[in-house]
Each structure stands twice: as structure tokens, then as C-alpha cells.
Ligand binder design. Structure first.
Ligand code: ATP
Length: 237
């Protein structure tokens, strides 16, 4: 993978008036959103509010019932489960569907970037959960997507592995400059990673918080928990 030079004003995705319904039930209601190249956006919201529905619509995996999604190129998606093919080696998994010459070489470079450059010919079954998610990240980024969609990719990992993955994904996004939408339940993860945190409620973006220009966090933990309807004054007797 080669680093890409982009301008921050370049759009990774622009969404206007997006509506997504399951039968009569409207889950996303005329939602507007723009994510720039290199921008890391986290999406929080209580369970069932429509986060994954939005991500799947942006990925082009589901039909939409109204509005418009402008996402040049094909978005790459990393899910909570790695979705690697067990009958393919790691480099084959990473290069799957990759157009152009020398797929093994490009897959190798991607695996080096995620710290698995010595495991090209190994099999998914021999990987830990964290290693498998590294391969999933390599498989996404080798496509050099303008938009990277992350659906709770670290949720099943232990706390230390999750922190290592945060450091890695931050580095990779800084180098490759996709726009990122991270769906997460983890308020601390959103604070650690995001330039902008969105809180979704009733099918729209109810509030948004931007990190300050000095890299300060987009919002405090208490503030986000309050917005998510979680009491923060819990006292242990
Ligand atoms: N295929 C489907 N058919 C009908 N309803 C669906 C379908 N998928 C999701 N829903 C409903 O749409 C709503 C939003 O679901 P979604 O999975 O997007 O929420 P979420 O915010 O990602 O939840 P969680 O945080 O628990 O993963 C929920 O009420 C869910 O029951």
C-alpha cells in the first residue's frame, strides 16, 4: 500500500436526506452527513437506534428508501467478526478481488503494515482474535478506499489488544487518509480515536462533538454518557 496525498476538503462520503425503513418502520429519517478524507468519525447511540443500518446503507449493502449517498469509489468495511475465508492463506485473503498486477506483493506490503509480514502463507485458523482483525484491516486498506467503515471491529477483543488496535488503526488512517466512520458502543474508544463524535437518536444525528485543533478530545466521557441516557452518578454502597 502506498500512502496517498489528499486534501482535507476532499469528501469521502456525502449523504443528504437519507431515509432507510424496514417496512413501515423508519429507522433513518432524512439524515445528512459529510465525512472528509482523513477524517475519523465515531458514531454512538443506544442499542437499536440505527447505527449498523446507517453503516450498511453507506457500504451499499442495503437499499435506501430516500435521499442520496455520494461515496466515490467502493467503501471498505471491517466488521466485528473478521470474515476471513478459512480455505485461503492470509495473503490470498488480503488480495481477494484486488485488481491490478502482483497481488501477492501488494498483500504482503499490507500485512507488513499491520505487523503480520511474516505470516503471508499462514492460515486464518492459526490467528488470535486481534491478529485476525489486523488481517481484516489489511484487506480493507489494500483497496485504498476513500471511505473506511468500521462496525465495532474491536468489540470482541480483550482490553489490551483493543488499545493496541486503536494505536494501529490511528497510524493506518493517518497514512492512508480514508474518511472513517466507526460504529461503536464504547465511549472511551470514540474519545480516543475520533476527530468528530456523532450521537444518533430517533433516526438522525442528534448532536456532534469535534476534537479541538490541538488534538484535545471531542467530548468528555460524562457528557457523552449523559447524552446516551446513562446515569454517571453511580455510587457503590
Ligand atoms: N433486517 C431488518 N429487518 C427489520 N428490522 C431491522 C432489520 N435490521 C435492523 N432492524 C431494526 O432496525 C433498528 C436499528 O437496528 P441497527 O442494527 O441498525 O441498530 P444499532 O444501533 O446498530 O444497534 P446495536 O447497537 O444494538 O448494534 C432496530 O430496531 C432493529 O430491530
Amino acid at each position: 500500500m502506498s500512502p496517498t496525498s489528499v486534501t482535507s476538503s476532499e469528501s469521502a462520503v456525502t449523504v443528504s436526506g437519507l431515509t432507510r425503513a424496514y417496512g413501515p418502520r423508519v429507522v433513518i429519517d432524512r439524515l445528512d452527513l459529510r465525512i472528509g478524507r482523513g477524517e475519523f468519525v465515531a458514531l454512538l447511540g443506544e442499542s437499536g437506534c440505527g447505527k449498523t443500518t446507517l453503516l450498511r446503507a453507506l457500504a451499499g449493502l442495503d437499499p435506501i428508501q430516500g435521499g442520496h449517498i455520494d461515496a466515490p469509489g467502493r467503501p471498505a468495511v471491517v466488521f466485528q467478526e473478521h470474515r476471513l475465508l478459512p480455505w485461503d492463506t492470509l495473503w490470498q485473503n488480503v488480495s481477494l478481488g484486488l485488481p491490478g498486477a502482483d497481488p501477492r506483493k501488494r498483500a504482503a506490503a499490507a500485512l507488513v503494515e499491520v505487523g503480520l509480514g511474516d505470516r503471508l502463507d499462514d492460515w486464518p485458523r492459526n490467528l488470535s482474535g486481534g491478529q485476525a482483525q489486523r488481517v481484516a484491516l489489511a484487506r480493507a486498506l489494500v483497496q485504498e478506499p476513500r471511505l473506511l467503515l468500521l462496525d465495532e471491529p474491536f468489540a470482541a477483543l480483550d482490553a489490551l489488544t483493543r488499545i493496541r488496535m486503536h494505536v494501529l488503526v490511528k497510524e493506518l488512517v493517518a497514512r492512508h487518509q480514508p474518511g472513517v466512520l466507526l460504529v461503536t458502543h464504547d465511549v472511551d474508544e470514540a474519545i480516543a480515536l475520533a476527530d468528530r463524535i456523532l450521537v444518533m437518536r430517533n433516526g438522525v444525528i442528534a448532536s456532534e462533538h469535534r476534537a479541538d485543533t490541538h488534538g484535545g478530545p471531542a467530548a468528555s466521557r460524562d457528557q457523552l454518557l449523559r447524552e446516551l441516557g446513562v446515569a454517571t452518578n453511580l455510587q457503590v454502597a
